[in-house]
Design a protein around this ligand. Structure first.
Ligand code: GLV
Ligand code: MN
Ligand code: MN
Length: 414
């Protein structure tokens, strides 16, 4: 390809920094939970940048944003890129945002080169990739792919018992939830640029990861009900301490995940809510939220089964009641060989080093894979750190990703 993409890396970095200032927490901490005031301001900021780049912007009833650069054959399905701008509590500024603002920069670079895409190129900013609000990840792409039917979506509740209908209408989003799901064929192909969120690229000194598979995520909620009481007066024999029971389950999950012997199996308890949460009161109720993933869905499911068995045993042995509820158990995704080849050629043409790898984190691409051929392009992040305020990707790393993304989009849209 004759294209010589010339990025404005300073502009992109300053936009990433400006977006990071829009946070529910004091900088450098980024927190932007779905439909919070910060989430709405961040959306407005990004939509403004898209309009400045002369993209046609529209939103669906749950706030997924589509910003289109019209191709010379507008009747053809567009090639899409994008990611998310919501951020978990205490996050950094690169997760998701690199794929959104980097995707925009890739489009602007092609515009400056007077490139004329045959297929339109669409930047998609997905609603709530992070599970913070409703406990379920990829809300926007999940609904877009038809993997979460509207009746299940409206039954979701946040910790303050608010649902999607109330929150989206307060945020100004109206329209039928039925219209969020898009048919296969709506997008020709989808490519997502993202930080690796792991250490391999940096350790190996490689510019880019070409993602071949995305691991299958699952989440199970565990509700334990024991018996509370006075921490001094109540003697140890016969106690039915819900937190002590939870502790056994935390270790049971760790053991089950390690037992597979596969480096790709991971199990985490990321939420432990204790009631009443007073130092001199025996915990009577505990809610655990678990996150279990693997490239191999059946191996992951075996870990879930072991955890369920541990729940039954612990309930029996400790006289507590334990209820489990699957929040999600999604299949893994395989990336499209033709997009991988296009990315590889783009990396060669740009003089960047690359390797094929799997994504252990989930992404909106996991759900886009249900309605379009997809692939992901990873850039390194320092120390593999992510979901923390000290998450960092250098301007050079970001620049390499955007450069190769722009070449890839040019190829796919031609
Ligand atoms: C996405 O944020 C994930 O938890 O993999
Ligand atoms: Mn994330
Ligand atoms: Mn992300």
């Amino acid at each position: 390809m004759e294209l010589r993409p010339k990025l404005s890396i300073d502009r992109l970095i300053s936009e990433l920094n400006a977006l990071a200032q829009i946070s529910e927490a004091d900088p450098p901490v980024v927190t932007r939970v779905l439909f919070s005031e910060a989430d709405l301001r961040a959306r407005a900021y990004v939509k403004g940048l898209c309009r400045e780049a002369k993209l046609e912007v529209h939103e669906d009833p749950i706030g997924n944003i589509f910003a289109r650069w019209q191709g010379t054959e507008p009747g053809l399905a567009p090639v899409a890129t994008g990611s998310h701008i919501d951020a978990i509590p205490n996050a950094g500024l690169y997760d998701g945002c690199v794929g959104v603002l980097g995707g925009l920069e890739a489009i602007r670079v092609l515009q400056q080169l007077a490139f004329k895409p045959r297929r339109s190129i669409e930047l998609v900013i997905f609603t709530a990739e992070e599970p913070t609000r409703f406990g379920i990840g990829c809300l926007g792409s999940r609904m877009m792919a038809g993997a979460l039917p509207p009746e299940h979506a409206i039954a979701l509740r946040d910790t303050e018992d608010r649902g999607l209908e109330e929150l989206r209408s307060n945020a100004g989003f109206r329209g039928s939830l039925e219209s969020v799901a898009l048919a296969r064929g709506r997008f020709h192909q989808f490519v997502e640029l993202h930080i690796e969120q792991g250490p391999l690229l940096e350790q190996e000194g490689i510019d880019l990861g070409l993602v071949t598979h995305i691991a299958a995520p699952a989440s199970m909620r565990i509700l334990i009900e024991g018996e509370g009481g006075h921490a001094g007066g109540r003697l140890m024999p016969g106690r039915r301490d819900a937190l002590a029971a939870a502790a056994v389950l935390v270790l049971a999950l760790e053991a089950a995940a390690k037992f597979t012997g596969a480096i790709d199996t991971v199990g985490t308890v990321g939420v432990c809510e204790v009631f009443p949460g007073a130092v001199n009161s025996i915990p009577s109720r505990v809610r655990l939220e678990t996150d279990i993933r693997d490239i191999d869905a059946s191996r992951r499911d075996a870990v879930i089964e072991k955890l369920k068995t541990a729940c039954e045993e612990v309930a029996q042995r400790r006289g507590v009641s334990i209820k489990t509820e699957m929040v999600n158990a999604d299949p893994p995704a395989t990336c499209d060989p033709a997009i991988l080849d296009a990315m590889e050629q783009a990396a060669e043409a740009a003089g960047k080093t690359y390797k094929r790898m799997v994504s252990r984190a989930y992404h909106d691409s996991l759900f886009m894979a249900r309605i379009a051929p997809i692939a992901m392009l990873f850039i390194p992040c320092r120390g593999g750190v992510s979901h923390r305020p000290d998450e960092y990707a250098s301007p050079e790393w970001i620049g390499s990703g955007v450069h190769v993304l722009s070449r890839t989009l040019a190829t796919l849209s031609s």
